[in-house]
Design a protein around this ligand. Sequence first.
Ligand SMILES: Cc1cc2nc3c(=O)[nH]c(=O)nc-3n(C[C@H](O)[C@H](O)[C@H](O)COP(=O)(O)OP(=O)(O)OC[C@H]3O[C@@H](n4cnc5c(N)ncnc54)[C@H](O)[C@@H]3O)c2cc1C
Length: 317
Amino acid sequence: MKITDHIKQANGKTLFSFEIIPPKKGKNIQELYNNIDPLMEFNPPFVDVTTSREEYIYIEKQGLLDRKITRMRPGTVGICAAIKHKYDVDTVPHVLCGGFTKEETEYLLVDCHYLGINNVMALRGDAMKEQKYFEARKGGHQFAIDLVSQIKNLNCGKYLHDVMEVDDKADFCIGVAGYPEKHIEAPSLQSDLKRLKEKVEAGADYVVTQMFFDNKKYFEFVDLAKQIGIDVPIIPGIKPIAVKRHLQLLPQVFKIDLPEDLIHAVEKCKDNRQVRQVGVEWTTKQAKELQKAGVPVLHFYSMGKSDNIKAIASKLF
Ligand SMILES: Cc1cc2nc3c(=O)[nH]c(=O)nc-3n(C[C@H](O)[C@H](O)[C@H](O)COP(=O)(O)OP(=O)(O)OC[C@H]3O[C@@H](n4cnc5c(N)ncnc54)[C@H](O)[C@@H]3O)c2cc1C
C-alpha cells in the first residue's frame, strides 16, 4: 500500500514509522531483526531502509596504496524485500542519484516493482568524503528532482531507452527530503523551499524532514511550505540523542541546531547511559507535542539499537 494511502486510512491518527540502515557487508541480518522486533508492537505501516553511497578504500599492495571503490552497506532492496515478507509491512527503499547511473536506477526500480515494493524515497545523496561538492556519476542524475521525474516516467510506462509496449506499469508513491533548517547548500530557507515545491510539482507525493530538535522549526517549515502551495503530507523525522558525541556530530553532519536546554542536559550527564535517558525524555516531549498537533506520521531515525525508540513509542502508541 502507498504511504499516502496509509495516511488517508489513518483518518487523522498519527502513525509510527522508523528508518533503519543496512548492516555492513559480511554482517548477519539477524542483528537488524533483533532491533526491529521490539518495534513491531507499535504497528508501523512502513519501514524505511537507507542507501549508503559508495566510498573509496585504500588497499596496500607491495608498498603501494591501491584505491578501490566499494559500498560498505549494500543490499537496500534485498533488505526491504526481507522485512516486507517477514513482518508484513510496507518498506521504503531510499534511491540515490549519487553513485548510480540512470540505467542502474531503472533496474533497481524494476526489481522493486517485481517485489511489490511501491514506495520509494528519491534523494540526491551527499558528496563523497573526498569531494567538496556533490558530483553526479557520469550518466546519473544531478538533483533529486531528476530522479523524481524518472520514477514518474516509469509510472507512465516510459522506460529510459526502450520502445516497447508496457502492460504492467509501475505505480510508485514517491517521498522526498525536506529541511526545516534548510539544506546546507541552499542559499536560504525560502530558496530551498522553492526547490522542494519543484520536487512536489515533478511528482513527489510526500515529504520526510531532516531531524530537528526544536518543534518550532518544524511547525514554521510546514507553515512556509503551505504558504507557497506545498500541499502534500510533511512527515517529521526525529531522533533521540544517544551519546555525548552527538552534540558535535549531529550539527556537523546534518547542519542542524541543538536547543540550549538539550545541550545543558546532555553536558551534565556522567555517562552515555544517562545521555540515552536524556535523549528519550527530550524526544518523547517532542513526539507528544507533534502528535497533539496532528502530524500524519512520527518517523524515527533509529540507527542501531532500538531500545530508546521503544521507550518513546510506548508512551505514545
Ligand atoms: C528523510 C531523509 C532521508 C535521507 N536518506 C538518505 C539515504 O538513505 N542515503 C543518503 O546518502 N542520504 C540520505 N539523506 C541525505 C540527503 O541525500 C542529503 O541531504 C543530500 O545532500 C540532499 O539530498 P536531497 O534529496 O534533499 O537533494 P536535492 O533535493 O537535489 O537538493 C540538494 C540541494 O540542491 C538544491 N537544488 C535542488 N534542485 C536544484 C536545482 N535545480 N538547481 C540548483 N539547486 C538545486 C537544493 O536547494 C539543495 O540545497 C536523507 C535525507 C533526508 C532528509
